[in-house]
Design a protein around this ligand. Sequence first.
Ligand code: ADP
Ligand code: MG
Length: 558
Amino acid sequence: MEKKQFKAESKRLLDMMIHSVYSNREIFLRELISNASDAIDKIYYKALTDESLTFDKDRYYIKIIPNKENRTLTVLDTGIGMTEEELEHNLGTIAKSGSLAFKQQNEMKDGHDIIGQFGVGFYSAFMVADEVTVRSKALGSGKAFEWVSQGADGYTIKPCDKTDVGTEIILKLKENTEDENFDDYLEEHRLKAIIKKYSDFIRYPIKMTVTEMKPKEGSDNEFEEVKEEQVINSMVPIWRKNKSELKQEDYENFYREKRYGFDKPLKHIHIQVDGTIRYNAILFIPETIPFDYYTKEYEKGLELYSNGVLIMEKCPDLLPDYFSFVKGMVDSEDLSLNISREMLQQDRQLKVIAKNIKNKIKKELENLLKHDRAKYETFYRSFGRQLKFGVYNEFGQDKDVLQDLLMFYSSKEKKWVTLDEYVSRMPEDQQYIYYATGETHERIDKLPQTELIAEKGYEILYFTEDVDEFAIKMLKSYKDKEFKSVASGDLGIEEDDNETAETEAKENKALFDYMKEVLSGKVKDVRASKRLKTHPVCFSTEGEVSIEMEKVLNAMPN
Ligand code: ADP
Ligand code: MG
């Protein structure tokens, strides 16, 4: 039999496919299953437009058959199959997508979302197999054909026996090497895990015979091995279900199944957008800080699906750093993926989705703050610091997103308050939002600098975290009210008693000069102060950098 050669470019491409397009071998199964699903979709689509065809859902499935004796792995489907010409065209020419052509010929409308479009996925089989056999019988054709290839040196096609319409892809696995154990792909648990990971939401059942230990009949403590065909994938993704059908519990189960965290999520956000860019997302705000959250090891990101197929486990571009604690997934039909599906071709769509998600998270947090204060405070205790870092790191750029989510402890209320609450309580003559920095609330309570402001009846925000004052410097103001440290030189509080102050300063000039001399190099000036009430002396600062900020800056590694 004549062996046909792949087209020259195809040869090079095949080599590239096998060696560099995919970073991860296990995705070959995702690609073959996606093709099988596309093939069933095509029958489904034909049935919609062809009255002589009916689509009986039970007859369509995908089956994974590992065979340890022969070291083969078979992916079988009951889809539309391929004719001899189609085998030649679609598998003989790399980067030829029969699925893309099908989509175009049939002018498929929304909702018929065939996965394939690049015409390379099939070849990922050669990452794990020495030889690939495709046996296929096309819908409406009396004959079946077999395509066999050992990779770059070409392929053969001949007639074969196959009664049912559909395709069988048989992979002869490569010999094990020191680095890689290809036998792994014959193990039920491994196959199950790969299917679950990438193909859990394929619309058709993915079946596999699974060996399980079950109690022997009539016995409580004796077990026997039972082989049983199971459907491995869950098929309908929870994010495609109607929100009204879902209970709190369903989201919590999903959170656990996905191992987003070991805690219970504090809140879930289910987004279903049907606009210019369509996507579904389920996001979670965890209740507790992940153990590695404030370390370099922590990776932010959401799972990214294209049409129910996992593309990226942690897509960082979907979340701003200040919301890096958010867990969850996004599924969109509208992403243009690059050839390996492991990256996006362009990020315009992603940017739109990311912006959308950012605003949703913000809104949900604001709602939480408004309607469930206690829960919000739990959240804020865990992740408030990240929000403040956000204000600082973005140079106040996303001020609008973040400023209303911030909270600080209040001298007056003795609890956490928002900036909005602070400003709305300000007496008319108060010009600034006052804050005091220190290690603890108790310590700040005792600061001499706070006395005059407290006496005036003004509220003071307590800053106990390093990042607080830095963040506030980026914000500059809130609702046109500037922030002012109680330690700054000019507090903006008018004192009518200017004369006494001046005389005091004159009378004590000798004392102040002497003090300055003693403290030379440690302080810039010694002055009479109007802000002290019961304390004899306090420090104050001039300019942008406060004493507390200086401490933080000095502690930073160079
Ligand atoms: P893509 O899926 O991006 O089109 P692939 O390399 O994965 O590219 O597959 C190439 C083509 O081979 C598909 O477009 C399809 O026409 C055909 N094909 C592959 N697998 C099957 C299958 N199981 N049943 C029917 N056709 C298939
Ligand atoms: Mg494909």
